[in-house]
Design a protein around this ligand. Structure first.
Ligand code: C2O
Ligand code: CU
Length: 549
């Protein structure tokens, strides 16, 4: 296996930066591998000025409080001349923004105007368990509930929110339900001259009548990639800046299955923050892999050339596609066109010595193993690779490994968590035309069930998880309720390597047969999910629960 850069952050080496002018991205009407019933909608033209994310207004007049309502409901959104996309959106907006400050109290009423249950999950925010929007806390159609919590110290960063109902998340995300949640620090360290833009990347697959196409079997197996790639709800918007401007581009990959391998023509990218906020020192990168669920905080000093055109684009990435590869996987997908004006050059901006603080968590009190597998019916290929207690990581593993019923959380306490749906319910609970294949995506040999607890842990203890992707596809691994540090990585046939620097993450990619050692502390008791953030894999079972007491 080829040597991988740590965490998919490909550092600038002796590599020549891409200066390709014409990227081979056809404004296409390509059909996906299995054609949706009515044919795809035409792709609307791009090139309009980048719009800021539409804000959710704060209805509270008290300082330090953010109060509003989010109403997921069907909306028709005009796309180009004739087409209306029929989406499900929060408050009628594609990628709405909630902006708060550390220490603020959030009070959001979810008013469910969908015809199915939903939740609001605050991805990346360390909330109390009852506010996490987990599937066992679903809000029925026509009902509402409040989410209320305070942003603790250290929670500054770009987070997001999306639905998380049992068996319904993939469909709701495919219809457009997602939003950005920006938590500002008490004081921003970055100089004022830095020009900040939030970029929410999402994708849609529409039929010719503007309806969201139902999931195909390929969508379920691979994670759905919509042909219509959007940035802040726009197709390839344009950003005009003075030459030499220092941009801060804060991205969310809100796609269900699409990996973004980001490059900007003739520019290096400088990573300054990850899912959980700023890192300590800027890291220059040639490109950045941003998987579903991840966020990146990037600085770019734009070229001093006047009237230049530079494309921020996602380049092809091989993530272990199952079945025939759709053509868009081989193409460069433009996200944002950066144009420099014919004006004076902005001088370079000096950055502070140190940006954030990412102190090592220290030695673990408990070690666990998490194994990700895919199982096709009639194949028993998920047993391979167990039991290799390699040096230095062997001691004390084993909770929940091997015995699928270990640490089963029988009957105690948490009420609504149990019995709403039978375990394993519903391959087939989705929409008409839904083509769920008979394939299981598993964690430690188990498909997700709402009444099962895989691990039991203690609040405040340092946990060390060795996560092993024992499959031939990439999977982005996400943990609720906390952030983790990736402390070591090992490729399928390679050596363990220590992380060259630490970052707060809540979602991290694992290449096929890669292992990562994560350290984390759960501060809040409760039942916390961890799962693949390819939404379809999560929904087909690659999700489990740790009960923290
Ligand atoms: Cu962003 Cu459990 O998810
Ligand atoms: Cu996955």
């Amino acid at each position: 296996m080829k040597h991988r850069e740590f965490l998919g952050y490909s550092a600038l080496g002796a590599l020549v930066l891409s200066t390709a002018g014409t990227m081979g991205y056809a404004l296409s009407r390509q059909l996906p591998h299995s054609t949706p019933p009515v044919g795809l909608a035409p792709t609307p033209l791009g090139g309009e000025p980048l719009q800021p994310l539409p804000r959710i207004a704060n209805l509270s007049e008290t300082a330090g409080r953010f109060r509003s309502a989010l109403t997921p409901a069907p909306h028709a959104v005009p796309l180009g001349d004739e087409l209306e996309a029929r989406l499900w959106l929060y408050n009628g907006k594609v990628a709405p923004l909630i902006e708060v400050r550390e220490g603020d109290e959030l009070n959001i009423t979810l008013i469910n105007e969908l015809e199915q249950e939903t939740t609001l999950h605050w991805h990346g925010v360390p909330v109390p368990q009852a506010q996490d929007g987990a599937p066992w806390d679903a809000v029925a159609p026509g009902e509402s509930r409040q989410y209320r919590y305070t942003f603790p110290a250290g929670s500054a960063g770009l987070h997001w929110f999306h639905p998380h109902p049992h068996e319904g998340t993939a469909r709701q995300v495919a219809h457009g339900l997602a939003g950005a949640l920006l938590v500002r620090p008490p004081q921003d360290l970055l100089p004022l001259e830095v020009e900040e833009h939030l970029l929410v990347v999402s994708d849609l697959r529409l039929m010719a009548n503007g309806e969201v196409a139902p999931h195909t079997a390929e969508d379920w197996m691979n994670g759905r990639e919509g042909e219509l790639l959007l940035v802040n709800g726009q197709r390839e918007p344009r950003l005009d800046v003075a030459p030499g401007t220092t941009l801060r581009l804060r991205l969310i990959n809100a796609c269900a299955g699409r990996y973004l391998r980001l490059r900007l023509d003739q520019h290096e990218l400088t990573l300054i923050g990850t899912d959980g906020g700023l890192i300590e020192r800027p890291q220059p990168l040639e490109e950045l892999l941003l998987t579903p669920g991840e966020r990146a905080d990037l600085l770019v000093r734009v070229s001093e050339q006047a009237e230049g055109r530079f494309q921020l684009a996602s380049h092809p990435y091989e993530r272990g596609w199952m079945g025939e590869r759709p053509p868009h996987l081989e193409q460069v997908a433009p996200l944002l066109a950066i144009h420099t004006l014919n004006s004076g050059v902005h001088p370079a901006v000096a950055l502070p010595e140190r940006l954030g603080r990412v102190e090592p968590l220290g030695e673990p009190a408990v070690q666990r193993r998490v194994e990700l597998t895919e199982v096709m019916p009639g194949h028993d290929d998920h047993g391979a690779g167990h039991g290799d207690p390699h040096a230095g990581h062997g001691a004390g593993h084993g909770a929940g490994h091997g015995d699928p019923h270990a640490a089963h959380g029988g009957g105690s306490g948490s009420g609504s968590h149990h019995g709403t749906h039978g375990p394993g319910a519903g391959h087939g609970a989705g929409q008409a035309g839904d083509a769920r294949p008979e394939v299981d995506f598993l964690i430690n040999g188990r498909a997700f069930a709402m009444d099962e607890i895989l691990f039991e842990g203690r609040a405040g203890e340092v946990e060390e998880w060795e996560v092993f992707n024992n499959s031939h596809m990439d999977h982005p691994f996400h943990v609720h309720g906390t952030h983790f540090q990736v402390v070591a990585s090992r490729d399928g046939d390679g050596e363990w390597r220590e992380a060259p620097w630490l970052a707060w993450k809540d979602t991290v990619n694992l290449a096929p047969y890669q292992r990562l050692t994560l350290r984390m502390v759960f501060r809040e008791p409760g039942d916390w999910l961890f799962h693949c953030h390819i939404i379809e894999h999560e929904e087909l079972g690659m999700m489990a629960t740790i009960r923290v007491s």
